[in-house]
Design a protein around this ligand. Structure first.
Ligand code: ADP
Ligand code: AMP
Length: 223
């Protein structure tokens, strides 16, 4: 199963991606996570992209395309994958399609989580994440059992640099500028599935599962 998750920052892509990858046993590949890890480790790539991440700006296509390409050819991706936060531009979507074509593979669906901006700002400014295992929390809707501490491994939770109010607004502006053509791209290919993300996580999950099963049946029928 090969999937991409689209949608504004804060729509719940990471939260839902975890549930889906656990359920279907495929790896979650988040370009945001890979870039943040590079920054954290201080690699040459990390030094190159740090300023872009801090300001909520998109990193150049050739960088993200290479990251994704290197990852998708690894053995763990042979049975499928879920891309979270990629593609964000038409150039990235075309690069992914090229890669799929070369390998004789197909995308099952481009799942787009849809949510209004005011709700997004509240979700992101109250988001906290575990730097060790990546678990995602929210101060009001999904608080950890102990204040500031990860339920899974006891690590101290952190707020992402780019979840500050001003950076969140910049990220949303960039999202609105760039996303329309990507949505159009997947709409034309027939892969786009829109999901109302303004529901409790379990209901969003159910809606995604239903849409994926429908897409599977449609694809089987088309073959
Ligand atoms: P994204 O990966 O799209 O940026 P996240 O999955 O990190 O989004 O979610 C952003 C914030 O919103 C997190 O704090 C998360 O706990 C919270 N959240 C995710 N899904 C929901 C939901 N359906 N209802 C309420 N809060 C949610
Ligand atoms: P995310 O974790 O998906 O919210 O991404 C965090 C940041 O990483 C973004 O604000 C960008 O700076 C960068 N980034 C992640 N994915 C991409 C991508 N596909 N294209 C360009 N920049 C990206």
């Amino acid at each position: 199963m090969r999937l991409v998750f689209l949608g504004p920052p804060g729509a719940g892509k990471g939260t839902q991606a975890r549930l889906i990858t656990d359920e279907y046993g495929i790896p979650k590949i988040s370009t945001g996570d890979m870039l943040r890890a590079a920054v954290e480790e201080g690699t040459p790539l990390g030094r190159q992209v740090k300023d872009f991440l801090d300001r909520g700006m998109l990193v150049a296509d050739d960088i993200t395309n290479r990251l994704v390409q290197d990852r998708l050819v690894q053995a763990e991706c042979a049975r499928g994958w879920l891309l979270d936060g990629f593609p964000r531009t038409v150039g990235q979507a075309e690069a992914l399609d090229g890669l799929l074509r070369e390998r004789g593979e197909r995308l099952l669906a481009a799942v787009e989580l849809r949510l209004d901006d005011e709700i997004i700002v509240r979700r992101l400014t109250e988001r906290r994440v575990c730097p060790q295992c990546g678990e995602i929390y929210h101060l009001t809707s999904r608080p950890p059992r102990r204040d500031g501490v990860c339920n899974q491994d006891g690590a101290a939770l952190v707020q992402r640099e780019d979840d500050r109010d001003d950076v969140v607004r910049a990220r949303l502006r960039i999202y609105h500028e760039r996303h329309g053509p990507v949505e159009g791209y997947y709409n034309r290919s027939g892969a786009l599935v829109g999901i109302d993300a303004n529901q409790p996580p379990e209901q969003v999950h159910r809606a995604i599962i239903d849409a994926l099963e429908a897409a599977r049946q449609q694809q089987a029928y088309a073959i």
